[in-house]
Write a protein of this length. Structure first.
Ligand SMILES: [Zn+2]
Length: 412
């Protein structure tokens, strides 16, 4: 097993060691891996992600450590982007202190937050996840209220502000059972490493933690959602909380500027905007309906009746197929029996054939069939029922001519 220097101090950022072994890195990766006699690098485990940093070898060459993992038998593997130094090489390790600080704030913050949820609402944490920009805990409860979120956040921050000591203790498993830990680890280990937030939380954990709760900075709860095993609560601590609050503020400021309003008025402005939009859409639809009606009446008025019906042919170059449809409906739903052969040439161009239901005695009978008959020689597609059919025409077709030919066919 690799000796873990971070067990006793999270503040150790520099250390000296020796390459003990070269670990087999997976063949598809172009990286190498080494195992050291001892290390301050934290490997991904227990919900906390790994450290990054450098190994400096004797001649001053610096090797980037991009990932750190642990093996089942307790060895810590440092992944490098370059050929690994041979076993026996002396190395000086340096971990990235900012990344370590961030992980300490998140992980200690998680302990305090999980304890606050137990303390106030008896909600146990079942798992912890640390991502690049946020963290989350899953709790074995089916739902959580916004009051409970706010309550746990307040209680957790109280513990932060009280700057309580956070200590590392080692006890036997038997002792640990008597101490009443928040969560007992499943591993069959004799000695347990405990993290204690004075008079608030005691749990077994191998992670890197702050030495006093004030170093967590702050704990900010964000989204919560239902997951398979209960409820997930997202949170951020310390520097992350500041960064994310800064980002949210910038976004909100931009939104407020668009509405020329204050930040807190943005939701109200969005609501107003939605309502206005809805109203405008309705007014537009009503106006188009009226326009289609007038245009249909005018077209019918101008069209002489032949064989007890009127055939209206119309090509719209400035209105879409939706309006063409509306116009065709208006033409065919008046007292006069009529056939409407309508097209729109705006994208995507299309045709609408409609006839008054029941129609005149000598109606061509089936609009769907007529449309198919007209479209198939020009490579268009469409179809419909006896009284209404709609289809698309390929580009480059003169729809005006197409409609006129159709009108001539059924008119004779
Ligand atoms: Zn932990």
């Amino acid at each position: 097993m690799t000796k873990r220097l971070y067990y006793d101090s999270s503040e150790m950022h520099e250390f000296d060691s020796v390459v003990e072994d070269i670990a087999p890195a997976s063949p598809e990766q172009s990286r190498t891996a080494v195992i050291l006699r001892e290390t301050a690098f934290y490997p991904t485990s227990g919900g906390q992600v790994h450290d990054t940093g450098w190994l400096t070898v004797n001649d001053g060459e610096r090797l980037r450590v991009t990932e750190v993992a642990e093996t089942e038998d307790g060895r810590i593997v440092h992944y490098l982007e370059v050929p690994a130094p041979v076993a026996g090489t002396a190395v000086h390790g340096s971990i990235d202190p900012e990344r370590r600080r961030d992980h300490m704030q998140q992980h200690s913050g998680q302990h305090v937050l999980s304890a606050a949820f137990i303390d106030l609402y008896q909600m146990p944490t079942v798992s912890f996840h640390m991502a690049e920009d946020y963290c989350s805990i899953d709790m074995a409860v089916s739902a959580i209220t916004s009051e409970q979120i706010a309550g746990a956040e307040k209680r957790a921050n109280q513990i932060v502000f009280e700057n309580r000591p956070v200590r590392i203790r080692y006890v036997s498993r038997a002792e640990a059972e008597k101490l009443g830990l928040r969560k007992m680890p499943p591993a069959e280990r004799d000695e347990l490493r405990l993290i204690e937030v004075a008079d608030f939380d005691l749990s077994a954990c191998g992670g890197t933690h702050v030495s006093s709760s004030g170093q967590i900075g702050s704990i900010l709860l964000r989204k919560n959602e239902k997951v398979r095993q209960g409820t997930r609560v997202e949170f951020v601590c310390g520097g992350r909380a500041v960064r994310i609050a800064r980002r949210d503020y910038s976004v909100l400021t931009e939104a407020a500027a668009l509405f020329s309003t204050q930040l807190w008025d943005v939701p109200e402005q969005i609501r107003k905007s939605f309502d206005e939009n809805k109203l405008l859409r309705k007014q537009k639809d009503d106006a188009l309906d009226e326009l289609a009606e007038f245009m249909a009446l005018a077209a019918l008025h101008d069209q002489p009746e032949r064989n007890g019906r009127k055939i209206v042919v119309r090509v719209f170059s400035d209105r879409d197929i939706g309006f063409a449809k509306l116009f065709a409906q208006k033409v065919t739903r008046t007292a006069t029996a009529a056939i409407a052969l309508v097209a729109s040439t705006t994208e995507p161009p299309g045709l609408v054939f409609a006839q008054t239901s029941g129609g005149a005695a000598d109606s061509p009978a089936d609009m769907g069939a007529l449309l198919k008959q007209v479209l198939s020689p020009v490579g268009g597609r469409g179809g419909g029922s006896r009284d209404f059919a709609q289809g698309g025409v390929p580009p480059g077709i003169d729809v005006g001519q197409l409609l006129q030919r159709t009108a001539d066919t059924i008119g004779t």
